[in-house]
Design a protein around this ligand. Structure first.
Ligand SMILES: Cc1ncc(C[n+]2csc(CCOP(=O)(O)OP(=O)(O)O)c2C)c(N)n1
Ligand SMILES: [Mg+2]
Length: 326
């Protein structure tokens, strides 16, 4: 069952589907190219969780700010990052977001309010709470969104930031992507509560649980939180229950202790198939429309790969350029 679609124009709903498809195809390619040795560093795939990034970011304006995690491609794409520069960064090229020296976990684009992926679990929560304070001081009704995992919700920054954001009524939306695991550890091993959202009560702010594979449920919960934040009423914690389809990172022989039956069951709740079916049922999408959308996504992706592959690697003498401290 999918929640009722909000009163969104069909064009916007199709755009949400297109963005989810873009994330999935981008990562399928990134995974294949990583295993083929064309991509360096570490790649953490978001496949299966696409409805969270797209559902949340679809409620935001360009000037609103978000921060991401080590699993950041979905957030980047949903906030409008440039696919060419993203792929070039994964390929380690000069034309990438970090001139090829950062890789997957350091992509940022301040022009679109994307303050960065982050390899430090929970590290982004503090940075974006500072951006929430900045938004409050700017007085332009901007909001700031923190994406983080179930594992990160056990780390100090989560608690410190929710506390101060609640006390100062910062225009924050804390989005926990509860995919039930932190690397190899099941959430049940390290959480006494089954709902991360319940922790909001300790800070006197609303905490809501949503089906993170239902894009409209994510959209509606975020929209309410954004309205509350823009009205100066303070932060909300939204817990999106979801699941990653792939192992923690892309690596040959990467252990995945999860039950294959559990993985299959979650594939049956594919957020993309669910939205596609709903759009078809409403008469907003047909076979030709879907084919053309897939074609567009693949064209953008292929162009990004071609761009990345044709770009130069950074030169040895550029190794310390843009390094501010060592
Ligand atoms: C401070 C810190 N501790 C440990 C790690 C190693 N590490 C990387 S990802 C990860 C698990 C994070 O789990 P979660 O927050 O649930 O995010 P998910 O990977 O499930 O999206 C860990 C422990 C790290 N990167 N940073
Ligand atoms: Mg997790």
């Amino acid at each position: 069952m999918m929640s009722l679609s909000p009163n969104l124009p069909p064009d916007k709903q199709r755009e949400m589907l297109r963005q989810m498809l873009m994330i999935r195809r981008f990562e399928e390619r990134a995974s294949a190219d990583y295993l083929a040795g064309k991509i360096y560093g570490v790649v953490h795939c978001y496949i299966g969780e696409e409805a969270v990034a797209v559902g949340v970011c679809s409620t935001l304006k360009r000037d609103d700010r978000i921060i991401s995690t080590h699993r950041g491609h979905g957030h980047c794409i949903a906030k409008g990052a440039d696919l060419n520069r993203m792929m070039a960064e994964l390929y380690g090229r000069q034309t990438g977001y970090c001139k090829g020296k950062g890789g997957s976990m350091h992509i940022a684009d301040f022009d679109i309010g994307m303050l960065g992926a982050n390899g430090i679990v929970a590290g982004g929560i503090s940075i974006i709470t500072g951006a929430g304070l900045a938004a409050q001081m700017e007085g332009k009704r901007g909001v700031a969104v923190s994406f983080f995992g179930d594992g990160a919700s056990n780390a100090g920054p989560f608690h410190e930031c929710l506390n101060i954001a609640a006390a100062w009524k910062l225009p924050m939306i804390y989005v926990c992507e509860n995919n039930m695991y932190a690397a190899q550890t099941a959430a049940a091993v390290t959480h006494a509560l089954s709902d991360v959202a319940a922790k909001a009560a300790g800070y006197g702010i609303p905490g809501v649980v949503v089906d993170g594979n239902d894009i409209f449920a994510v959209y509606q919960a975020t929209n309410r939180a954004v309205e509350r934040a823009r009205a100066g009423e303070g932060p909300t914690l939204i817990e999106c229950k979801t699941y990653r389809w792939r192992a923690h990172t892309e690596r040959r022989g990467q252990p995945d202790p999860r039950d294959p039956a559990e993985i299959e069951a979650w594939k049956g709740r594919d957020p993309i198939t669910r939205l596609e079916r709903q759009l078809r049922d409403q008469g907003h999408l047909d076979d030709a429309g879907l084919r053309s959308m897939e074609g567009d996504v693949m064209r953008v992706l292929e162009a990004a790969v071609t761009f990345a592959d044709a770009s130069p690697f950074p030169l040895p003498e550029q190794a310390t350029d843009d390094v501010f401290a060592a």
